[in-house]
Design a protein around this ligand. Structure first.
Ligand SMILES: [Mn+2]
Length: 255
């Protein structure tokens, strides 16, 4: 399912992030068999709008187990199959360059180049630094919602995979460390975590668009409570945008 696409012009120059522009931007998407359609639509929404070459790879837990990279027992608080596997991103990118991890329940509305252009090599990771407490006690199809500091920060992360601090994230550590250590980025100092505008991880049901204020218009919607692919969330906010993208996606697959 790995794919590379080039829509825009390619120039072999070095950008400020130290990466060459003709190298595809690596994107790892958390995959869960219960949400296959969410993955397909997320993938479609990135590719369709990207003006730079991207390489999108699903993080599939069963494949990682087969390859000996993942062996931890599934815990009761894991709402998806990628709860922990996401932290293998730097390893999967060979601890080289920048790579993005994103949950499958995202819908991109903007060019991923705009996000990549925010990359700053002085950070070990960059993400949207949400500060909130969810109202719901459960999420998606009944999995328990847990509340903890830095909630949702790990759902979309730009990893500076070559940063020495991220060498900590070996398969051994990802398989044995606590959820708190990993999801709160406890291998890093606060100043090593860069901040991305919230519109790149716009939480459906929490973040709000302010009329006339373009800085609040979502560039990526995160259906964190569950998206329209679940019966219970088919009328959630921005459901029509996801459903429209899904129709396009299904149509193109049939061709
Ligand atoms: Mn999510």
């Amino acid at each position: 399912m790995t794919m590379t696409v080039t829509n825009g012009e390619v120039h072999p120059v070095t950008a400020n992030g130290g990466f060459t522009i003709d190298k595809p931007f690596k994107i790892f998407v958390g995959y869960d068999p219960r949400e296959d359609i969410a993955y397909e639509v997320c993938h479609h929404s990135i590719l369709k709008r990207s003006s730079i070459p991207v390489e999108i790879t699903p993080i599939v837990q069963s494949d990682l187990r087969t390859n000996g990279l993942y062996w931890r027992e599934r815990g009761q608080l894991e709402s998806t199959e990628f709860s922990f596997t996401r932290f293998l991103t730097p390893h999967l990118a060979n601890y080289d360059g920048w790579a993005m991890f994103v949950d499958c329940d995202f819908l991109y509305l903007a060019d991923i180049k705009e996000l990549r252009d925010l990359i700053d090599d002085k950070y070990a990771i960059m993400c949207v630094q949400h500060d909130y407490t969810p109202k719901e006690a459960t999420k998606m199809d009944g999995a328990v919602q847990t509340v903890y500091p830095r909630k949702n920060w790990s759902s979309m992360v730009l990893y500076n995979c070559g940063h020495p601090k991220n060498k900590v994230l070996t398969p051994e550590v990802v398989n044995t460390q606590t959820g708190a250590f990993l999801h709160r980025f406890q291998w890093l100092e606060d100043e090593e975590i860069g901040s991305i505008p919230f519109v790149w991880n716009f939480l459906e049901g929490h973040n709000k668009v302010v009329e006339g204020d373009t800085t609040t218009f979502p560039k990526a919607i995160h259906y964190t409570r569950g998206g329209p692919w679940f019966e219970a969330w088919k009328n959630c906010e921005f459901a029509e945008l996801w459903l429209k993208e899904k129709d396009e996606c299904v149509k193109e697959e049939k061709k």
